[in-house]
Design a protein around this ligand. Structure first.
Ligand SMILES: C[S@@+](CC[C@H](N)C(=O)[O-])C[C@H]1O[C@@H](n2cnc3c(N)ncnc32)[C@H](O)[C@@H]1O
Length: 340
């Protein structure tokens, strides 16, 4: 294998590692939060733990007990992905895709004029770790975009402050084939071109239009700023829309996706694939997405390992809700009520 091929495989490998890491980070964050639970005043058990705290400890134990099973599943997933990517690579290799040719394929030459904007105005709401994760997600989008036969038009707006500092860790980012702008998105594009994507919107997008720009909120917030992007866009009188997930798949957990998953879905659809295919191919297994029509059959045929995945997705959802409750409680409870 040539150095160039080794380099390509290494990059694909890095991307997969990055994706698995993002998924693991999320689960671990959830569980760390679970570990932080304080017993409440409605203590009911002999051990002095509230019902809720015991439930959470039980979930944590379940998560720890299934660690090996999960790791094995990740390794398997990684192997399959690597094999698939190698196949795609061979297919591409006969046409254009060496690293050198990637350098020659420019976004501005693409036949696709659909714009995707990463709105970075929320940089200061994120911890440095989450901001780092957010940038990694955007880098994955960039890497995928460069490999598309018809690249989408990428923009990053509100680039400045902590976001620019974090971006600067990636050498020469300003030379990327990416449109960077320090202004907010509504100062860069006319309103009639803007659609702000948000799972909180009452409207669904049906198709992608050339010359429209679809804004993705650059925010990794573990649901601490629920509805924020939608609220901000609505205040500015900007049109919003959610992905048409409900029409095509049933999901066992929240329909709030990560920045890179939203982008991957847009990219898949922009290349002529159906929404359903895009959702099923991109939404991670742990979210338990099932094609709507196949749902009944899927229920009957679910193998044990998939039941575990569904259970994991449900746990994730429960944990998110618990975290929200804790945040709400913390903000409404009088200090004197806090049991240490
Ligand atoms: C992790 S989410 C941010 C969640 C954040 N709490 C918010 O207020 O939107 C990152 C971005 O992905 C996009 N997004 C996520 N799920 C979506 C969905 N189901 N439909 C449309 N956009 C979605 C939105 O642009 C969102 O701002």
């Amino acid at each position: 294998m040539s150095d160039e091929e080794n380099c390509d495989i290494k990059q694909l490998n890095d991307n997969i590692t990055c994706e698995l890491q993002l998924e693991n980070d999320k689960l671990e964050d959830d569980l760390l939060a679970v570990g932080d639970i304080e017993p409440s005043e409605e203590t009911t058990s002999e051990a002095g733990l509230s019902k809720r705290a015991r439930k959470k400890l039980l979930k944590r134990q379940q998560w720890l007990d299934t660690k090996h099973e999960r790791r094995a599943k990740e390794r398997e997933k990684r192997k399959v992905k690597m094999a698939a990517l190698k196949l795609v690579k061979e297919f591409d290799e006969t046409r254009v895709s060496s690293r050198k040719s990637l350098k020659h394929s420019k976004m501005s030459d693409s036949s696709c004029k659909v714009g995707v904007v990463f709105d970075m105005q929320f940089g200061d709401l994120m911890t440095q770790r989450d901001l780092g994760k957010c940038i990694k997600q955007i880098m994955k989008c960039y890497s995928l975009n460069r490999r598309l036969s018809a690249q989408l038009q990428l923009y990053m707006t509100s680039l400045g402050g902590s976001v620019e500092e974090e971006m600067s860790k990636h050498d020469g980012f300003k030379n990327w084939d990416f449109n960077f702008d320090s202004r907010r998105y509504d100062e860069v594009f006319t309103r009639d071109r803007i659609v702000y994507l948000s799972s909180d919107s009452t409207r669904e997008i049906t198709h992608l239009e050339d010359d429209k720009v679809y804004i993705i909120g650059g925010l990794v917030d573990h649901n601490h700023h629920k509805g924020l992007c939608h609220e901000k866009a609505t205040q500015l009188g900007i049109e919003t829309a959610r992905l048409p997930i409900d029409q095509f798949v049933d999901m066992k957990s929240r329909k709030v996706l990560t920045v890179n998953h939203v982008f991957e879905i847009l990219a898949t659809v922009s290349q002529g694939k159906e929404w359903k295919e895009a959702f099923l191919g991109v939404i991670p297994e742990r979210k338990g997405a099932v094609a709507l029509k196949d749902e009944e059959k899927a229920e009957e045929d679910i193998p044990e390992t998939d039941k575990f995945v569904t259970l994991e997705a449900e746990c994730e959802d429960i944990m998110e809700k618990i975290k929200e409750d804790i945040v709400k409680e913390e903000s409404t409870c009088d200090d004197s009520l806090t049991v240490s």
